[in-house]
Design a protein around this ligand. Structure first.
Ligand SMILES: Cc1ncc(COP(=O)(O)O)c(C=O)c1O
Length: 475
């Protein structure tokens, strides 16, 4: 069928073909005077019919609606925090223990060598252009060299550079899952997994972490959630929001479940190596040769530069399960929007090779000391149960709500803590884990001491013994 089209001028008195379409054809196929009137220009095809959809679909009024994807995109932290009435006590300066950005207080600058690497990259003028979508080969090689080990060897081709760890997670979920699939996500856990998955039509199944076992995975619960539509398991180690670090033995048990059910793992290892002295923290890939793993990481936390937006995916696939298909899928996904900033890529090799060990050690020893301080202070507060972390930059605190009848829940508790004491901690409802709150331990020590003092005062003021407890006391 001839699908060529011609411009036809309508003047209300008839039809003039600008090309040599004869009037008979047009009349015969019924250019509709009712639909088209006045002076206008229409497209008709050689048979003389109007493009029917154009005529039918002409909108009568404006109606621009947000897409389903945007409607389905929800950041639970924003949803909860934006709904809170955060009015600090005007007599007390605000202390925010809520922001997982180690740069906010200025007490944890990155290392000079990291800054120098960036300055050199800028001065070289070599990194002002577009990098390949997966990143410069040299920079990928530098990441591969940094993380490669005998148990889990890496080459440049196994590394994809991304805009922060967030994009790494986005690409990993996107390449492994289809709409209608489900993924296993830790609870409590980092909220981005759900935000991304739900917006893509992927169901999220939350598996429990156990506070009484330093937030180890409830393995039975994890396994019970797996079905034929489960396409990946996310493991965050060390953890945000818990600050927990899984032992080698526990990681092996998780891997056993993955292996038994042939489930690939998305290992969120953005806090890898941020563990307190004496804590062993192998990466998941070093412990399994059969489970395929996409390990997501980046510069944000360990190098204390979250704003530089440098992340990566390390593809571990010694059993050749991902094969070329998943790799090709990842490469295609990177071609949608270029990822990591070229200048940071230019600095990456130097950052990874020249940051002194002392920088990492000092950061960790600060985080440990602040965690201990917070844990010790809050352990003796009636009604609170902090869980001592082993790494990362967070500490979770349980609230025994029965002892705080003034408050409806953790959101109410943390809201009133702002109103009375100007201390803001994130209610763990934001991590799907009510009756806890999360403390970020990157604040300067003196602020941590002050904040703990105020939390103690707040709890003492509102703590009520349970009626059963008071009966016990009466006896
Ligand atoms: C567990 C976890 N994964 C990923 C990210 C995102 O990292 P980035 O800032 O590099 O996107 C964060 C940031 O807080 C995180 O806590």
């Amino acid at each position: 069928m001839d699908s060529k089209s011609y411009l036809v001028q309508m003047n209300g008195n008839g039809v003039h073909s600008k090309n040599s379409v004869n009037a008979k054809t047009l009349n015969g196929s019924g250019v509709n005077g009712k639909v088209v009137h006045g002076n206008s220009i229409l497209h008709v095809n050689v048979n003389g019919t109007l493009y029917p959809t154009k005529a039918k679909s002409r909108r009568q009024r404006w109606s621009v609606k947000p897409s389903e994807m945007s409607n389905n995109t929800l950041n639970p932290i924003r949803a909860i925090v934006d709904g809170m009435k955060l009015t600090p006590n005007p007599d007390k300066p605000m202390i925010a223990l809520s922001i997982g950005d180690p740069t906010v207080f200025g007490n944890l600058p990155t290392d000079d060598s990291v800054l120098q690497a960036m300055k050199d990259a800028i001065d070289s003028q070599k990194y002002n252009g577009y990098a390949p979508s997966v990143g410069y080969q040299k920079s990928r090689q530098a990441v591969a060299n940094f993380y490669s080990c005998t148990e889990a060897p890496l080459e440049a081709e196994d590394v994809i550079l991304t805009s922060g760890c967030s994009q790494a997670i986005d690409l990993a979920i996107s390449v492994l899952c289809n709409p209608g699939d489900n993924i296993l996500v830790p609870c409590p856990g980092f909220s981005l997994y759900k935000t991304l998955a739900v917006s893509m039509g992927i169901e999220v199944k939350l598996y429990n972490l156990l506070p009484e076992k330093s937030w180890e995975v409830d393995l039975q619960h994890l396994e019970s959630l797996i079905d034929e539509r489960t396409s990946c398991m996310i493991v965050t180690n060390p953890s945000n929001p818990c600050g927990s670090v899984f032992s080698k033995e526990h990681l092996q048990k998780i891997l056993k479940v993955a292996s038994k059910h042939c489930l690939p793992i998305l290992a969120d290892e953005i806090y890898s190596d941020m563990v307190f002295p004496g804590v062993d923290s192998p990466s998941m890939a070093t412990l399994s040769s059969d489970v395929p793993i996409l390990s997501c990481g980046g510069l944000a936390k360990r190098w204390l530069v979250p704003g530089w937006r440098m992340g990566w995916i390390l593809i571990h696939d010694r059993n050749d399960v991902f094969g070329t298909e998943i790799r090709r899928g990842l490469v295609k996904l990177t071609q949608r929007i270029l990822g990591a900033c070229s200048i940071v890529q230019g600095a990456l090799e130097s950052i990874l090779n020249n940051t002194p060990q002392s920088f990492y050690q000092e950061t960790i020893s600060f985080l440990k000391s602040n965690s201990e301080l917070c844990f010790n202070e809050l352990s003796i507060v009636p009604g609170l149960t902090p869980v001592m972390p082993s790494g990362a930059m967070y500490l979770m605190v349980g609230i025994d709500m029965d002892h705080f009848p003034d408050f409806k829940n953790d959101v109410d508790f943390t809201e009133k803590l702002v109103t009375e004491q100007s201390v803001f901690c994130l209610p763990a409802s934001a991590f799907e884990y009510p009756n806890y709150f999360r403390v970020v331990v990157t604040v300067p020590e003196e602020l941590m001491i002050e904040a703990c003092g105020r939390i103690t005062e707040f709890c003492q003021r509102h703590y009520r013994p349970r009626s059963r407890d008071s009966n016990d006391l009466d006896q």
